[in-house]
Design a binder for this molecule. Structure first.
Ligand SMILES: Nc1ncnc2c1ncn2[C@@H]1O[C@H](COP(=O)(O)OP(=O)(O)OP(=O)(O)O)[C@@H](O)[C@H]1O
Ligand SMILES: Cc1ncc(CO)c(N)n1
Length: 270
């Protein structure tokens, strides 16, 4: 049997909507064998982040070694990396094992405002990890911090995308979830072509983990052998279905519905 494999290097969300939990659910739904290296444990639910407990560098390295020395992987997604030291260590390990198809989700802040990346780590992210990426998936505030520029117009977005490619990434998707437009447009750029992926903005508060789910769907599609543009287009369909049919659990910003995409394909409504 030809098994596609994907590794997520990210934080744990005890509430199950974001982080490692969202990534593994997404891999499973898209037919990819999921593996994980935990960078931090968070106490978290739909109301916010109650605590962050980092895993030691040794512990992170050990987990990646366990995968690199035995199972290998067809794609890697990074999420919450917490500090400069973690970014350095993870970048070293990705180079050591020459893992292919790296998707970097430059997670900085949780939906409720809790900081998931230290300020001084941004430079390390740009200099060490982004140059290894097949795709970087910033939301607009993250793209502003990475490029150190204000992004208001489509031209600003294109300039920021160019700047991220100049940092060494093969491609970038600038996500439009944070805008206030009637449609959500994610802008893909691979150094040659700009692709605008537009869908109706779904009016919901249940958007916890949208970014994690989107980036892990890209990693899963790359693991299955899809090209970058096709992987991003498929991931957009996956996240759209997951937001369109929310589970409506928890009192705050609830998680997306990872089952919805497959149910839609089978014609069954959740
Ligand atoms: N209300 C919405 N309706 C439709 N699609 C959405 C909506 N919000 C986000 N998306 C889609 O979800 C994906 C993630 O975008 P978003 O900008 O929310 O990421 P993010 O801010 O990194 O998420 P997170 O807060 O989980 O880190 C994108 O593909 C975006 O188009
Ligand atoms: C662990 C973790 N990673 C990423 C995010 C961003 O959504 C979150 N809220 N929690």
């Amino acid at each position: 049997m030809n098994v596609s494999k994907a590794l997520t290097i990210a934080g744990s969300d005890s509430g199950g909507g974001a982080g490692i939990q969202a990534d593994l659910k997404t891999f499973q739904e898209l037919g990819v064998y999921g593996m994980s290296a935990l960078t931090a444990v968070t106490a978290q639910n739909t109301l916010g982040v109650q605590g962050v407990y980092p895993v030691s560098i040794e512990g992170i390295n050990d987990q990646i070694d366990a995968i690199g020395q035995d199972l290998g992987t067809n794609a890697v997604k990074t999420g919450m990396l917490h500090s400069s030291e973690v970014i350095e260590a993870v970048s070293e390990k990705i180079m050591e094992y020459q893992f292919p198809n790296l998707v970097v989700d430059p997670v900085m802040v949780a939906k409720g405002g809790a900081k998931l990346l230290q300020d001084e780590a941004v430079e390390t992210l740009v200099n060490r990890l982004i140059p290894l990426a097949a795709v970087v998936t910033p939301n607009l505030p993250e793209a502003e911090i990475i490029t150190n520029r204000k992004i208001q117009s489509l031209d600003d977005k294109k300039e920021a995308a160019r700047q991220i490619i100049e940092s060494g990434a093969v491609s970038v998707v600038m996500k439009g979830g944070h805008e206030e437009t009637a449609e959500v447009t994610d802008l893909f750029y691979d150094g040659e072509t700009f692709l605008e992926l537009t869908s109706p903005r779904i009016n919901t508060r249940h958007t916890h983990g949208t970014g994690c789910t989107f980036s892990s769907a890209i990693a899963a599609e790359l693991a299955r052998g899809n090209d970058l543009d096709k992987a991003v287009i498929q991931a957009k369909s996956f996240i759209r279905a997951a937001i369109e049919h929310p589970l409506e659990i928890g009192a705050g910003h609830g998680p997306t519905n990872h089952w919805a995409y497959k149910q839609q394909i089978r014609g069954v409504q959740p």
